[in-house]
Design a protein around this ligand. Sequence first.
Ligand code: DAT
Length: 175
Amino acid sequence: MATRTSPNIIITGTPGVGKTTHCELLAERTGLKHLSVNQVVKDRECHEGWDDEFQSWIVDEDKLLDAIEEEAKEGGCIIDWHACDLFPKSWIDLVVVLRTDTTTLYDRLSARKYPEAKLQENLDSEIMEVLLEEARESYDEEIVVELQSTTADEMDTNVDRIEDWLKQWKADNGT
Ligand code: DAT
């Protein structure tokens, strides 16, 4: 049984699906803490350098887990990252996998000027449902939720749903 008084939520999905936007809105509405893993990796140097082809940090997962362990144990974190299988099951209460269609994702990633290889890899990953599979393999089925994130209305509905879930979690855990 977790000793957290507030749950930890992972918001995951392919880059460009809307993780950061959802996390920011959710943090604003709930007071939970938005833990941008990208930022943590950069700020607390949990990496082995920069991958030029993919324009991203090569993450040192052990360092990353050490860096966020204390916050995770306290609870109340919204973890924003395009992977989820590295976090210990005991830390996590809800895993939200955001999804969108290929055309939308292509437009969002092109707007970011992603290099061709990175853009294609991410489109493939969304089509192959890589993150959904990873979430389902890593966590109990009942805590994994797939939500669509193509329109602003969907985002609002998603955040409402997660807020409702949070209220229920607190009621169930007497906090
Ligand atoms: P991520 O953190 O998953 O990489 P993001 O939150 O930075 O994604 O979103 C990428 C872009 O897409 C950003 O300009 C906001 C937009 N976007 C994301 N989800 C959306 C949605 N459900 N409706 C409209 N725009 C959205």
